[in-house]
Design a protein around this ligand. Structure first.
Ligand code: UDP
Length: 364
């Protein structure tokens, strides 16, 4: 039952994956009467092809606030965000604040909101890498702890929260499925051809996590192995952070096998995913999208939150060791194709509907 009194939700987003996740939930919110959504963009990602392109292509409403906070250290960025978000939340007095994933924008939003006694809903709750060196892991754990509604994308995420005692903390755990799966279904036949040269066979790669890019050794290992040992040409979509670090470390990327491209839009990425031989990435979202597209994934990290893909043999977590990466590439090229439809891992493609239904029910 939807209430006649309008409820106000503030959504806080700031980074590329959050735009993609929020787009499908916002779309669902717009279908409902009695709900007003206000978007705060923290400014964490600000380049045209890391931000605006997603708002335009995925039809996300214009943010009412853009905080313009980016390119600072972890603490400075989170602190500035808390201060600015607090002011807005005091002015707007929302009934609930909706947060996504594991960035500094997520944690700052949670801290500012909960101290004003306003409930927080966390989409993509319960994920754990069990690696506290990752800023994302700290952001996830702390955001989960102070959220009232915890929307889990996978069974493992629900298990993690249960094992950590969340059942006794007064929060509601809602196994919703993964909003990125909703999005993959929505855009399945709506891809866009990017304006780049596309080899007949290629590997699609992205690298952006601080864990990879902030270490010269990790980054050069990834680049060199893709450059020198990949069985096909590699299209590497360059995140601004990676671009900066390649320049800073003076890493030589010049080589026929490695094609560096600027970040592309979501629909362009879906086109590339569909045509790739396999994926090599340290991205969380891309690991799943590679699975949705029936492609094997070589994960350039030492662990993953998406353990179900390792368990079913479609994701190879190789760390930064060139020997392991080369071994995994050898295995992947010999493997038979797999059908993602034969697995039931990320819900039924109705995660956004479950999330919105639950929020409406909670607020009434
Ligand atoms: N993505 C994109 N264009 C690119 C590279 C990635 O649209 O050039 C999309 C990708 O398809 C996925 C999301 O960005 O949906 C993943 O975001 P990212 O890797 O930045 O963050 P993570 O998922 O690791 O949090």
């Amino acid at each position: 039952m939807e209430n006649k009194i309008k409820k106000k939700i503030v959504t806080i987003i700031g980074a590329r994956p959050q735009f993609i996740k929020a787009a499908v939930v916002s779309r669902e919110l717009r279908k409902r009467t009695g709900i007003e959504e206000i978007i705060i963009h923290t400014g964490q990602h600000f380049d045209e092809n890391m931000s605006k392109i997603f708002f335009d292509e995925l039809e996300i409403a214009e943010p009412k606030y853009n905080l313009g906070i980016s390119s600072l250290s972890q603490g400075a960025m989170t602190g500035k965000m808390i201060e600015s978000i607090e002011k807005i939340v005091i002015d707007e007095r929302p009934d609930l604040v909706l947060l996504y994933g594991d960035t500094n924008s997520t944690l700052a939003g949670a801290l500012a909101t909960v101290k004003l006694n306003i409930p927080v809903a966390h989409v993509e709750a319960g994920l754990r890498s069990f690696n506290n060196k990752m800023p994302e892991e700290i952001n996830r754990i702390l955001t989960d702890r102070i959220s009232s509604l915890l929307f889990t994308p996978t069974d493992k995420a629900t298990e993690n929260l249960t094992a950590e005692g969340f059942i006794n903390l007064g929060a509601r755990i809602i196994p919703s499925g993964d909003v990125m799966y909703d999005s993959a279904i929505l855009y399945k036949n709506n891809e866009k051809i990017p304006d780049i040269e596309i080899p007949e066979k290629f590997i699609l790669a992205t690298i952006h996590r601080p864990e990879t890019t902030d270490s010269y050794e990790n980054l050069i290992n990834c680049i060199n192995v893709l450059k020198n040992n990949a069985p096909f040409p590699v299209i590497l979509s360059l995140h601004p952070r990676t671009k900066d670090k390649i320049k800073k470390y003076k890493i030589d990327t010049d080589c026929g096998n490695l094609m560096l491209i600027d970040p592309v839009s979501y629909r362009e990425m879906q086109y590339l995913l569909g045509r790739s031989e396999f994926v090599a990435t340290d991205s969380g979202g891309l690991q799943k999208e590679s699975f949705f597209n029936g492609k094997y994934c070589l994960t350039l990290r030492t662990e993953t939150e998406w353990v179900e893909l390792v368990d079913n043999g479609t994701n190879y977590v190789c760390g930064y060791d060139p020997v392991k990466i080369i071994e995994a590439m050898d295995i992947i090229v010999k493997k038979d194709r797999f059908d993602p439809a034969s697995y039931d891992l990320y819900g039924n493609g109705n995660a956004s509907k479950i999330i919105v239904d639950t929020i409406i029910d909670y607020l009434n």
